[in-house]
Design a protein around this ligand. Structure first.
Ligand code: GDP
Length: 422
């Protein structure tokens, strides 16, 4: 079975844990979009692993892990991640495959990301890793891909072309001295030597896997509301985070995808700027952030926290074709007297049951809440749905009714064992 894992909110839903659990049951794991602006945290036997580029499936012996063509790769970060795994005794050498069509992040992408964000009056909250500018070059047809890196002549030509135009922009628009060809060329030829063994036609490799009846897990990063089309634009990431992105970002055709699992936190969080209708008031927000350890895996930035928003997640169910939902971090709601679920928005006297696309509506939206009683005691360690406190069960059932989709996984703690399968 070929399964896509997708975030239904603004990322950080806990996809890492779901991916880690499901990786055990599949043969190949493939990342399909994003770059090292994403971060999955996986806890195995008390040890914490943070992944930015390499699928966390690498922690499972024998699994092949691919970085698909839809991903943008910062070679330096990738090499650091490979070195980190080797230090932990995991050898990715024969199991890690990088698409030859994946685009490369270059030093000018990172700097441009920072300079553009600095100049913006309305910051979009970029991670400054060069992801957006790299995707922009891809669309502008001046990007440099892995396959180009492996051909020194092609790489030199493309780099020269880029620097000719970019250095002028850097100097004239940003007052930045620009970049030296030789320095980047030497640095990247060093990366080429180290990475060449991993690079291949991953679309072909995945097609062969499909034909041999192997199971593939498509690993999404970020979440539906950070999608370049369907997210809260412009406070979004530069790639297609939705399930459709899995086909485009890997070369596996959509008809080979059997199932889409959406991952939602039992509440909502968001990093960076942008609208957030159900955001908690400041003091309660700080309390819940500490309770849920809501700090970014990639940047350490504090996450904004709020109530579960069924308007958003219902939209995510539709856009992604979600067949199964995983609800994460239910334990963080332990001990609350009551819990709110957003069922609609109100704006200027009008009720919105579908997610509005007009920025002024989302910014001014007042959530309409259903309030349900909380539960006493801890849900961590509970292995069966019936073992949950009655109010926790009815909270989950309420979400299921509102979303109209099946709940397959309820996560009640960060460890693999703290998981209820339905
Ligand atoms: P991702 O980007 O969607 O994979 O999310 P992150 O990895 O940034 O965030 C998930 C964080 O929550 C990690 O630190 C996980 O160990 C942790 N986590 C996942 N599921 C649960 C859960 O059910 N309860 C608690 N307390 N922590 C969880």
């Amino acid at each position: 079975m070929n399964i896509v894992i997708v975030g239904t909110q603004w990322g950080d839903e806990g996809k890492g844990k779901v991916i880690d659990i499901l990786s055990e049951k599949v043969d190949v794991v493939v990342r399909y979009q994003g770059g090292n602006n994403a971060g999955h945290t996986v806890v195995v036997d008390g040890a914490e692993y943070i992944f930015h580029l390499i699928p966390s499936g690498i922690l499972h012996k024998g699994k092949v892990c691919c970085i698909g063509n839809g991903v943008v790769v910062d070679p330096e970060v990738l090499l650091q991640e490979i070195a980190g795994l080797e230090r932990a005794g995991i050898r990715p050498a024969r199991r890690l495959k990088i698409s030859d069509l994946a685009h490369l992040i270059l030093p000018y992408h990172r700097i441009l990301d920072q300079l553009r964000e600095m100049k913006r009056t309305h910051k979009i909250g970029t991670t400054n890793r060069g992801i957006g500018p790299c995707y922009a070059d891809k669309i502008n047809r001046c990007g440099i891909r892995m396959v180009d890196l492996l051909n020194s002549r092609v790489f030199a030509d493309k780099l020269k072309d880029n620097l000719r135009e970019k250095n002028e922009i850097f100097r004239k628009v940003y007052g930045h001295p620009g970049f030296d060809f030789n320095k980047i060329y030497r640095q990247y030829m060093g990366y080429a030597a180290k990475l060449s063994g991993y690079v291949c036609n991953t679309a072909l490799l995945l097609d062969e896997a499909v034909n041999r009846g192997k199971d593939i897990l498509f690993e999404g990063a970020q979440g539906t509301f950070l999608d370049i089309d369907f997210g809260t634009y412009p406070f979004v990431t530069s790639s297609s985070t939705v399930s459709g992105g899995a086909a485009v970002g890997t070369g596996v055709s959509p008809d080979k995808i059997d199932k889409v699992i959406g991952v939602a936190k039992a509440y909502t969080t968001r990093v960076g700027e942008g609208p957030f209708p159900t955001e908690f008031p400041a003091r309660f927000g700080t309390f819940m952030r500490d309770k849920g350890s809501e700090f970014g895996a990639t940047t350490g930035r504090p996450r904004r926290c709020g109530w579960f928003d069924s308007v958003m997640v219902r939209e995510a169910v539709m856009i992604n074709g979600i067949t199964d939902l995983a609800v994460m971090k239910l334990d963080i709601l332990d001990g609350l007297k009551s819990i709110k679920i957003c069922v609609a928005y109100k704006y200027k006297g009008k009720v919105f049951r579908e997610f509005p696309h007009d920025a002024s509506v989302i910014n001014g939206a007042v959530p309409v809440y259903k309030e349900v009683p909380g539960w006493r005691g801890a849900v961590a360690g509970v292995a069966k749905f019936n073992g949950l406190p009655a109010n926790a069960r009815s909270y989950i059932s309420r979400l299921q009714d509102l979303l109209g989709t099946k709940m397959s996984i309820i996560s009640v703690g960060c460890a693999r064992k703290d998981t209820i399968f339905l």
